[in-house]
Design a protein around this ligand. Structure first.
Ligand code: KIV
Ligand code: ZN
Length: 511
C-alpha cells in the first residue's frame, strides 16, 4: 500500500484571505459539508481570535464534522490566540491547534524583532500551551522557504520536542524552486531528531506558479500532508490547488508511492460551489476544474479525441465529476467534429451533401466565435426549406441611420447565372433591401407579415426572419431566412418567399 497523503484544506482560512473572498458562517458551513463529502483529512476552519465570525465558524464546523475529519484553528504563537482557539474547538471531536511564527531573517528581525533564541523559546511555549488543551498540535514555521536551514532544523526540532504532532513547512512567499524546497524537506527528515514520529506538512503559495510543483516535490522527499485550497484560492497568488495535487497524486501514484483518500468525483462540484459562494471565477483554462479543462478546439485535436479520448486527454472527465469531453465547434473545427456533432443531434448526410453543410458551417463559424447546437439546428432547417433557387442573394450592403436615407445595394444572381447589382432607397433598411430585390425579380408580391426572433445565444446570435408575401392571385407564400445580420436575414426571407411563389406558379403551369 502506498503512503497516505493527508489533505489539509485551508479554503476557509487562507482561501478566505483572497481579496473579496470573505464568507459568512452559513457559507462556510456549506463549503465545510462539501469538504467532508470529499473526505478531506483536515479542515482549517478559521482563525478564531481574528473575529467573532471566525470563532463561530470554527465552533460550528467542529460541531458538524464529528468523527469525519480533524478541525483546525489557526493561532499566532500568542497565549490569548491559543486560549481562544481552544475554546472555539471545544465542539470538535478531533480538534487541532495550528500555531507558529515567522522564522526567516525578514520575519524574525523586521516583523517580530526577535532573536533566533527568542523565537525558539516562543515556539516551545506556544506548542506546550496548545498541548494543554488538545492532543493534536501543528507547528508552522512561517516563511520557512526563506529561512536559514540550520535555524529551521533547530526550531522544528524544538517544536517536536515540545509536543507538536505535525510540523508545517510553508513557502509563505512562494519564492522557492521545487528542487530547493524538496531539498529542505529531505534535510529536515535527515537532521531533525524525532521527526519520524510527526507528520511533515507543506503549505506552499503560488507567487511563481510553483505551488503544486513544490507540494509534489515535498511528497517525493517525505512530506505526508499537503495544505491546499479549492481553486487555489488564498493570499496573493493563492495556495496550492487541492484539485491539482489530488489529481497529480492519483495519476502518478506509483512513482510517488502515495495516494490520497479524496473522492475525486466531487472536485468539479466543489470548485463550482466555492466559486459561486466567493464570487471568484475560475479561469477557463484552470487545470482540472476550468471550463476548458476538457474542451477541444483545434480540428486536429477534435479528430484525435473523437477517435480515442486519450489522444489529447489524460484524465477521464467523469473521474473529477465533469460533464464530459467537449468539442467546441468553431472555424478551426474539421469535418470529423462537425459530422460527429450533427450525428449527436440526429442529422446524417451523404458525403456530397455533407460537404455543402460543412461549407455553410464555415461561413457561420467565420461570423461567430463558437457555433452552438442551435446554430446547427437553424442551419439544417434553412437547408430543409430551401427550394430550387430562381434567385440567389449573393450580397447586400445597407446604409442607414438618422438622418441618412436608408439605401440598399443588392447583388442577385438569377437562374441563368446573370448577376444583377441594384440599388434602392426605402423607408428603412429592410424596405430599401426589398425595393432593391423587387427591381430584379420578375414577380410582384405584397409583404403581409414580418417577424424576427433570435434563435441562438449571445450578441452574435443568429436572427431568423419569417415573412409572408401575397402574390397577385391572392396566394400567400412563407419565406424564412437566417443570418447573424438581421437585415440580411430579412432579405434572404423575402427572396425565399419569391422563389416559392415562382416555383409554385411554374408547377401549376406544368413547367
Ligand atoms: O503562508 C503561511 O505561511 C501561512 C501560515 C499561517 C501557515 O498561511
Ligand atoms: Zn499561507
Amino acid at each position: 500500500m502506498s503512503r497516505k497523503i493527508a489533505i489539509f484544506d485551508t479554503t476557509l482560512r487562507d482561501g478566505e484571505q483572497s481579496p473579496g473572498a470573505s464568507m459568512n458562517t452559513e457559507e462556510k458551513l456549506v463549503i465545510a459539508r462539501q469538504l467532508i463529502r470529499m473526505n478531506v483529512d483536515v479542515i482549517e476552519a478559521g482563525f478564531p481570535i481574528s473575529s467573532p465570525g471566525d470563532f463561530k465558524s470554527v465552533a460550528e464546523i467542529g460541531r458538524i464534522a464529528g468523527d469525519s475529519c480533524t478541525v483546525c484553528g489557526l493561532t499566532r504563537a500568542v497565549d490569548k490566540d491559543i486560549e481562544v482557539a481552544a475554546e472555539a474547538l471545544k465542539t470538535a471531536k478531533r480538534p487541532r491547534i495550528h500555531t507558529g511564527l515567522g522564522v526567516s531573517p525578514s520575519h524574525l528581525y523586521e516583523k517580530l524583532h526577535m532573536t533566533e533564541e527568542q523565537a525558539i523559546e516562543r515556539a516551545v511555549h506556544a506548542v506546550k500551551l496548545a498541548r494543554n488543551y488538545v492532543d493534536d498540535v501543528e507547528f508552522y514555521a512561517e516563511d520557512a522557504g526563506r529561512a536559514d536551514q540550520d535555524f529551521l532544523v533547530r526550531i522544528v526540532e524544538a517544536a517536536v520536542k515540545a509536543g507538536a504532532t505535525v510540523v508545517n513547512i510553508p513557502d509563505t512567499t512562494g519564492y522557492n524552486m521545487p528542487w530547493d524546497f524538496g531539498a529542505r524537506i529531505r534535510d529536515l527528515r535527515e537532521r531533525v531528531d524525532g521527526i519520524e514520529n510527526v507528520t511533515i506538512s507543506v503549505h506552499t503559495h503560488n507567487d511563481l506558479g510553483m505551488a503544486t510543483a513544490l507540494a509534489l516535490e515535498s511528497v517525493r522527499n517525505g512530506a505526508t500532508q499537503i495544505e491546499c485550497t479549492i481553486n487555489g484560492l488564498g493570499e496573493r497568488a493563492g495556495n496550492t490547488a487541492l484539485e491539482e495535487v489530488v489529481m497529480a497524486i492519483k495519476m502518478h501514484e506509483k512513482e510517488l508511492d502515495a495516494h490520497t483518500d479524496i473522492v475525486t468525483k466531487e472536485l468539479t462540484h466543489a470548485s463550482k460551489l466555492v466559486s459561486s459562494i466567493t464570487g471568484i471565477n475560475v479561469q477557463p483554462n484552470k487545470a482540472i476544474v476550468g471550463a476548458n479543462a476538457f474542451a477541444h478546439s483545434s480540428g486536429i485535436h477534435q479528430d484525435g479525441v473523437l477517435k480515442a479520448r486519450d489522444t489529447y486527454e489524460i484524465i477521464d472527465p467523469a473521474d473529477v465529476g465533469a460533464a464530459g469531453s467537449e468539442i467546441i465547434l468553431s472555424a478551426r473545427s474539421g469535418h470529423a467534429a462537425l459530422r460527429h456533432r450533427m450525428a449527436e443531434l440526429g442529422y446524417t448526410f451523404e458525403d456530397a451533401e455533407f460537404e455543402q453543410v460543412y461549407q455553410r458551417f464555415l461561413e457561420i463559424a467565420d461570423q461567430k466565435k463558437e457555433v452552438y447546437d442551435e446554430d446547427l439546428e437553424s442551419m439544417v432547417q434553412e437547408r430543409q426549406r430551401e427550394v430550387a433557387a430562381v434567385y440567389t442573394l449573393d450580397a447586400l450592403q445597407v446604409s442607414c441611420g438618422d438622418p441618412l436615407v436608408p439605401t440598399a445595394t443588392a447583388t442577385i444572381t438569377d437562374e441563368v447565372g446573370v448577376q444583377h447589382v441594384v440599388c434602392a432607397t426605402g423607408t428603412g433598411p429592410v424596405d430599401a433591401a426589398y425595393q432593391a430585390i423587387d427591381q430584379v425579380v420578375a414577380v410582384h408580391g405584397d409583404l403581409s407579415e414580418f417577424s424576427i426572433k433570435a434563435i441562438t445565444r449571445g450578441i452574435d446570435a443568429i436572427g431568423e426572419v419569417t415573412v409572408r408575401v401575397a402574390a397577385e392571385d391572392g396566394n400567400v407564400f412563407t419565406g424564412r431566412g437566417s443570418d447573424t445580420d438581421i437585415i440580411v436575414s430579412s432579405a434572404k426571407a423575402y427572396v425565399n418567399a419569391i422563389n416559392r411563389m415562382i416555383q409554385t406558379a411554374r408547377a401549376k403551369a406544368g413547367k
